[in-house]
Design a protein. Structure first.
Length: 248
């Protein structure tokens, strides 16, 4: 389908950014560096480390994605898809630990779902130069929709939206049917306006501010993306799938 350039979200995204699957140790290291910069140095959510890499035990069975700025070639953001541990699949995902008492298991009980078909979106981070606007200094990513900016400083939140779409596509490729996340209430509303339904499955918990345990139906979101965002999804899906080695 032909769209005018100013309506083609895929072409606009490609003008500024590129999704890069982090399948080598060198690329994973870039993600760990970004996480350290954002989570440890900027926000103080994690302890500063001498090697300037923010990692944890879940990285061993996670898949990582980066976003690169076309103009500079530098990596400016990352996200990971945490899979259940293939050796001990009943081990809880991070949100299952943090929200054990807050989950409404009448809505969804993650422990009863096929463990190989669930995952968690985690550690989404955008470097300060691409997220800091008024009121955003203490956030890991931009979350506003009001302004689209200029060609020199695009304001549509391509980076966080693209990383979420990339995580959804990566989950789809991995056979993950349900994604979980701990999210701010306003972020769930924000992505809801993009047509990405995020369903709350419990009461808020304190985790770097109020966070709600939420779930996403991977295929449902992808199938029902608004028309305006489908070109963006197709560009991102191609970049996620364009990998010289298998993810799994």
């Amino acid at each position: 389908m032909f769209l005018p350039r100013f309506l083609d979200s895929g072409a606009s995204f490609s003008q500024y950014f590129q999704i890069v699957p982090a399948w080598t140790e060198e690329l994973k290291d870039e993600a760990y560096r970004i996480r350290h910069q954002v989570y440890c140095e900027d926000l103080g959510w994690e302890t500063v480390r001498s090697d300037r890499r923010e990692t944890d035990a879940y990285d061993v069975h996670s898949l990582h994605l980066l976003i690169r700025a076309v103009a500079t070639g530098s990596y400016i953001g990352c996200v990971r898809l945490i899979r259940t541990d293939p050796v001990t699949p009943d081990q809880p995902l991070p949100f299952e630990k943090a929200c054990a008492a807050a989950l409404d298991r009448k809505i969804c009980d993650p422990s009863r779902l096929p463990r190989e078909q669930i995952g968690e979106v985690s550690r989404l981070a955008i470097v300060a130069a691409y997220r800091r606007r008024k009121g955003e200094a203490d956030q890991a990513m931009s979350q506003q929709m009001e302004d689209f900016g200029t060609p020199d400083q695009p304001r549509f939140p391509y980076a966080p939206v693209a990383l979420y779409l990339a995580a959804l596509e990566l989950a789809r490729l991995q056979g993950v049917a349900t994604l979980f996340t701990l999210t701010e209430p306003r972020l769930a509303s924000h992505f809801g306006r993009l047509g990405a339904k995020i369903t709350a499955i419990g009461t808020p918990v304190e985790h770097r501010g109020a966070r709600i345990p939420s779930m996403m139906d991977v295929n449902g979101i992808i199938s029902h993306l608004p028309l305006i965002f489908r070109p963006l999804y197709h560009v991102i899906a191609d970049e996620v799938g364009h990998c010289r080695v298998p993810w799994n």
